[in-house]
Design a protein around this ligand. Structure first.
Ligand code: NCD
Length: 305
């Protein structure tokens, strides 16, 4: 049985196959409308979410399946002290597949060991978020035609931003990829990403505090929100929250074919005046994410069209 806990659980070939399936779903969704008939997805969200949970739910409904679950820890037995392993084992008796978001790093892995059905990590603390990465990869593929030889700027909260950690790992597989890591000193990418992902794979990268300096050379700019919920102290959050704001004026210095991405929710990081710029891809990521989640659910449930 396969789970998706870390984006590196999928090979490069499997990611290409998911992209092919997602492309076909986008082109002719009616072919897939009955694929998961009588199958149930459980969404166990112990942390707030709009996009990811609703995207999973929409994905399952569009495959003809059904959805059950909860959207906050307070409405589950976690509030009575039940362990993640027990909750997963119980839900595995009701559902064919589980998508779980949890504030603790590693919780979906614990669930996978107990559930008896495939478990998808829908975000674990400040660690990883592999299905957002599937959305991001499909978007980069559609916008850029592939992954090779891209200069990718990752900007904002690179320390706590789990989407950044998964995307950096996934992109480090492709040749000619370079990273420009743009963050305040306090929010630099964690040591394990630098050592085990970037250096271990020989991926060139630079770290800078200046978005303006980096912008002209980028093919992809991935903006992120400062992760308020992972700060220990409010004063630090307030000081850092508006470190980077992409405005139309700044964007004027960027390439005409730059892809501006953001996993959303956005707070202040991208000025709304950019939303209608052809380089803005963040709402495309939302729709691409649903198609990739559909492809992923089919793969893990081993259903064919
Ligand atoms: C992200 C997350 O939950 O990590 N949101 C999402 O799933 N699209 C990004 C964020 O919360 O900043």
């Amino acid at each position: 049985m396969r789970h998706l806990i870390d984006i590196m659980d999928l090979t490069g070939k499997e990611i290409s196959e998911l992209i092919s399936t997602a492309s076909d779903i986008a082109a002719r969704p009616e072919r897939y409308a009955e694929c998961c008939r009588r199958k149930k997805l459980a969404t166990l969200f112990f942390e707030p979410s709009t996009r990811t949970r609703l995207s999973f739910e929409a994905a399952m409904y569009e495959l003809g399946g059904q959805v059950l679950g909860f959207s906050e820890a307070a409405s589950s037995s976690a509030s009575k002290g039940e362990s993640v392993a027990d909750t997963a084992r119980v839900v595995g008796c009701y559902a064919d597949i589980i998508a779980m978001r949890h504030p603790k790093e590693g919780a979906p892995m614990v669930a996978a060991a107990a559930a008896g059905v495939p478990v998808i990590n829908a975000g674990d603390g400040g660690h990883h978020h592999p299905t957002q990465t599937l959305a991001d990869l499909f978007t980069i593929y559609r916008e850029k035609g592939g992954f090779e030889n891209l200069t990718v700027g990752l900007c904002g909260d690179l320390k706590f931003g789990r989407t950044v950690h998964s995307l950096a790992a996934a992109m480090s597989r492709y040749s000619g990829v370079r990273f420009v890591l743009i963050s305040p000193e306090e929010l630099r990418v964690p040591h394990y990403i630098v050592e085990d992902v970037l250096k271990a794979n020989g991926v060139p990268f630079i770290e800078t505090e200046s978005l303006e300096d980096a912008l002209p050379e980028l093919d992809v700019l991935y903006m992120t929100r400062v992760q308020k919920e992972r700060f220990f102290n409010e004063a630090d959050y307030l000081r850092l929250k508006d470190s980077y704001i992409l405005t139309g004026k700044k964007l004027a210095a960027a390439r005409s074919d730059l892809a501006v991405m953001h996993p959303l929710p956005r707070v202040n990081e991208i000025s709304v005046e950019i939303d209608d710029d052809p380089r803005a891809c963040y709402f495309k990521q939302v729709i691409n994410g649903k198609f990739m989640r559909m492809a992923l659910i089919m793969k893990l449930l081993e259903v064919e069209v």
